[in-house]
Design a binder for this molecule. Structure first.
Ligand code: BGC
Length: 908
């Protein structure tokens, strides 16, 4: 079972338990301490480099209407001081504020390499203090360039990819921190032991402008006396080149930069850093490439190479190189990790000597092989997403990616091999050259991706929805590799911006994306062209400049989501100048408020019915300027906000003149995408709006027999527009559709991740079996079916709107989202004469809860946890936490404070 399902069930069962026990006690004498402490969105981060890190906490209270009236944060330079309630770095004092998020550190300057401890307490609405939270910590990385001691080194003329340094420490070690980065990937070892759980690190950046370093606490890995470090390097994105696609390598060979600062008990600081005294050799990795895989000859392994006793006299000195002169930034996001191991479901033998392992699930990562055989035997593992009918693997959709790992045996005992510096997207692994017959246990699947935490869960009574949700989760996670990628298997795997922006809302509902997108926005800043344009892939290694705005718009859109989802003002401040330059570039390319260029090659990519490029370009132009106006408003820059708003209005008027056919009320060619986007972006006048909605719904229902025609751009807008237009029933029919084209159709053909195309294709073209872009519907599952959304201009779920769409044959649905303020959940079920809705609202938030009243029901009565709150057409006051209610034509609306609620609507 996927983690998120477990989460929903856990939330549901806890609500049920709480309701059953009636534990909604108020004014408990002692307030429970805050929980879920985060610093820069991360739990106890190590090696950050933000001078004013921001703090977050949850107040988890069962009672209703709780909120924080004040807080106090203590930050101390050591745990003892913190335990004595001494904030020797920062004592915020009692701050009268409801803020539980985005509270920035304002104490003494934080210092390189130091560790800090913090805790927090709050006062509730009755001014009762809580106890202090448990202690949390964070540590700082290297804060200024001049403090770095190491130089970039590479393997020089010998092409070495293994590096080592032996050194002696004389005395006891108090604390040791390792700071390491590479142009490419590193795997670092001290005294024979691998350090840390990250793989494929550091995350890919525009290396000449910025490299990300990781910090590890290695205090316990060092010892008084002789020590050694060993590092393996792989080329990763730094050396990858593909002339057929104009992909240039950033560097000819991978390089390493490392500083290890060791605090000795006698007060000395010893630094071990990369320099010309390091030794290098070519190790067992003969080849490594993100696209092609690894070739590993175990006969070349030199046992003990990463320990002090090893004789490295045959190794050559490493070459000091200029490497990257870019900014060295701390990697402040979840790492790429091996997050799971899965066993194959079956193994077949379609041809003599060829074994095909089926993992039962399309995953990103690699296989781990177990093998015994003679030295020099060569086992080849080739990866594929699909099979031919004869059971052999079909790799036509990988294009030029070789996607294979080759292992040459050491010989003798049982050998275990898994690659280090590559990854593959696959469900099947073909094994050839295996000495003897492999068993099902000879191979395991290692699931690898950026390890973002699951923060959401969605389940519903129609299994097809759960299956789509499961495929979305897999597709989303397997496309997170330091940047959000389009696919994980072929010779591409790029940070395609269109795919990223279209699915960002879905991703933010399902996963904790805050730190990841903070980093990605910085990647965008680094990749922005001097003319203000934003490349379609970030980092930019692939694809043209001046591409469609649907891709460039990821910059303002994801910035805006950081505000709506996390109330991240810093994201607005940091990116507003770049977004302004981008908008100026658009304005420069527009005439009379109509964009002349770039119109872009892709439009509504992979659509079944084409929407003209100039139409899409102009609607994005409008939306981008509008978003900039909203960003200026949020930042309090009212003059700019007003001026961009006026500019947006003029673009909208020009757009309507050019593309709206008033006789038919169609936009442009009347595709679903054209009408849905115009509706979503608010283009039609209020008079025309209903007619455009009719055109959209007629096109879906009558002209396409309840099917979609949109590509991945349009699809993101069709579903929410239908819901906003009162047609959730139709959106639902599209969601559960299982004939071509639909999500259900993919699943029926056996997909376990979402396809790139609506069509069922497996030939030698672009038909990845694992693209996330159609997964944008995942946001609609939460917002419409579970009904979890925000109202008005709310940010970070301060004002929640719960409005589940009780549609068609859906019997129940439930969703939960761990927001930065705390968990929100909504789950409903119904019988012919009743609807039950259980809701959980975090402390510090309020909500409007809309319970749909089925038209066939009359004389409706609503109870909440057994108390009547609505009867005879009137609100019955008195229920704790409910401040009011009203009825409109279709729903009952209750205003509530934080807490857990269980509503039941009954009628006749
Ligand atoms: C990618 C897409 C991407 C597109 C640009 C493709 O090759 O896989 O998802 O957005 O190029 O059109």
């Amino acid at each position: 079972m996927h983690q998120s399902k477990v989460l929903v069930l856990a939330v549901l069962s806890s609500i049920v338990t709480l309701c059953g026990l009636g534990v909604f006690a108020q004014n408990k004498p002692e307030e429970p301490p805050p929980t879920h402490l985060r610093c820069e969105y991360l739990e106890n981060p190590i090696g950050i480099d933000t001078p004013h890190p921001r703090f977050f906490w949850w107040i988890e209270q069962d009672g209703r209407g709780q909120h924080q009236s004040a807080y106090e944060i203590l930050v101390a330079s050591n745990l003892t001081a913190l335990m004595q309630n001494k904030g020797d770095q920062w004592d915020s004092g009692k701050v009268n504020s409801e803020d539980t998020i985005q509270v920035a550190y304002a104490g003494k300057a934080l210092e390189t390499g130091k560790e800090y401890y913090w805790k927090i307490r709050y006062w509730n609405e009755a001014n009762n203090p809580s106890s202090y939270s448990a202690a949390a910590k964070f540590s700082m990385g290297i804060l200024s360039r001049s403090e770095w001691k190491g130089s970039w080194i590479d393997g020089g003329t010998t092409g070495g990819n293994e590096f080592r340094k032996a050194f002696t420490l004389d005395g006891a070690i108090t604390r040791a921190q390792l700071y390491v980065t590479a142009l490419g990937y590193y795997d670092v070892r001290i005294n024979g032991r691998r350090i840390g759980g990250k793989v494929l690190d550091p995350a890919w950046t525009t290396y000449p402008k910025r490299v990300l370093y990781s910090t590890y606490d290695v205090t316990n890995d060092l010892r008084n006396g002789p020590n050694a470090m060993g590092v393996m390097l792989g080329g990763g994105w730094a050396t990858l080149s593909d002339p057929s696609k104009h992909i240039q390598a950033y560097y000819p060979s991978p390089a390493l930069l490392l500083d290890m600062r060791i605090e000795m008990a006698d007060g000395r600081i010893v630094t071990v850093a990369t320099d010309g005294t390091w030794k290098t050799t070519r190790g067992p990795i003969l080849e490594d490439s993100v696209y092609d895989g690894e070739v590993y000859d175990a006969r070349r392994e030199t046992s003990g190479w990463d320990t002090p006793d090893f004789d490295d006299s045959q190794w050559t000195p490493a070459a000091v190189v200029s490497g990257s002169d870019g900014i060295r930034s701390a990697e402040m996001m979840p790492p790429i990790r091996v997050v799971d191991t899965i066993m194959p479901k079956k193994v077949t033998n379609p041809e003599p000597g060829v074994y095909v392992f089926d993992m039962g699930q399309n995953i990103s990562g690699w296989a781990q092989l177990q093998v015994r055989g003679p030295a020099g035997a060569k086992v080849t593992m080739r990866y594929a997403e699909v099979l031919y009918k004869d059971g052999m693997i079909n790799r036509e959709n990988l294009r030029s990616a070789k996607s294979r790992d080759i292992y040459v045996l050491r010989g003798g005992a049982l050998e275990t091999y898994e690659p280090r510096f590559t990854y593959h997207g696959f469900r099947y692994v073909e094994v050839a050259g295996y000495p003897g017959t492999p068993s099902l246990n000879s191979l395991q699947g290692k699931v690898v991706h950026t390890a973002v935490a699951s923060t959401g869960g969605f389940l519903a009574s129609r299994q097809i929805l759960n299956d789509i949700q499961e495929a979305i989760l897999w597709s989303q996670e397997t496309n997170l590799f330091g940047v959000p990628t389009d696919c994980d298997q072929r010779d591409e795997r790029q940070g395609w911006m269109g795919d990223a922006q279209i699915t960002a809302e879905e991703a933010m509902m399902n996963f904790d994306m805050a730190a990841f997108y903070t980093n990605f926005l910085r990647d965008m800043r680094d990749a922005q062209d001097p003319d203000g344009s934003v490349p379609p892939t970030v980092p930019h290694k692939y694809g043209p400049l001046h591409a469609d705005l649907g891709w460039q718009s990821a910059y303002p859109i994801i910035t805006w989501y950081m505000w709506t989802h996390y109330a991240d003002r810093r994201a607005l401040e940091e990116n507003e100048p770049g977004i302004k330059r981008y908008v100026e570039y658009l304005q420069h390319n527009a005439k009379d408020n109509v964009l002349q260029a770039p119109l872009g090659p892709w439009g509504d990519w992979v659509a079944l019915e084409n929407t003209p490029q100039d139409y899409l370009a102009d609607i994005w132009y409008y939306y981008d300027v509008k978003l900039l106006s909203k960003i200026e408003t949020a930042l309090g820059n009212s003059t700019e906000a007003e001026s961009y708003q006026q500019s947006a209005n003029q673009i909208r008027d020009a757009f309507n003149r050019k593309f709206f056919h008033s006789d038919t009320a169609e936009y442009s060619t009347g595709t679903q995408t054209a009408n849905a986007m115009a509706l979503y972006m608010g283009m039609p006048s209020s008079d025309d709006r209903p007619k455009v909605i009719d055109n959209l719904t007629n096109d879906i229902t009558y002209y396409h027999n309840t099917h979609l025609t949109s590509g991945f751009i349009g699809i993101r807008y069709v579903m929410p527009v239908l819901t906003a237009s009162g047609r959730s029933d139709l959106a639902y029919e599209l969601a559960v559709q299982d004939s071509y084209p639909s999500w259900g159709y993919m699943l029926k053909q056996g997909a376990t991740t979402l396809w790139e195309l609506w069509q069922d294709k497996t030939g030698p073209s672009m038909n990845s079996q694992d693209h996330i872009m159609f997964g944008s519907v995942g946001a609609w599952f939460y917002q419409a079916l579970a009904g979890i959304d925000q109202s008005g201009e709310s940010t970070a779920f301060r004002h929640i709107r719960i409005e589940p769409q009780v549609v068609e044959d859906l019997k129940w649905a439930s969703g939960s989202v761990q927001t930065v303020r705390g968990p929100v959940s909504s789950s409903w079920s119904r019988t012919p004469s009743s609807i039950t809705l259980n809701v959980s609202i975090p402390v510090g938030s309020d909500a409007q809860i809309a319970i749909p009243v089925p038209s066939e029901l009359t004389k409706e009565v609503v109870t909440e946890s057994g108390r009547t709150v609505w009867k005879n057409g009137n609100f019955v006051p008195g229920d704790m936490g409910l401040s009011g209610a009203k009825r409109d034509s279709e729903r009952l609306l209750f205003d509530v404070t934080s807490g857990n609620y269980s509503f039941q609507l009954q009628g006749q």
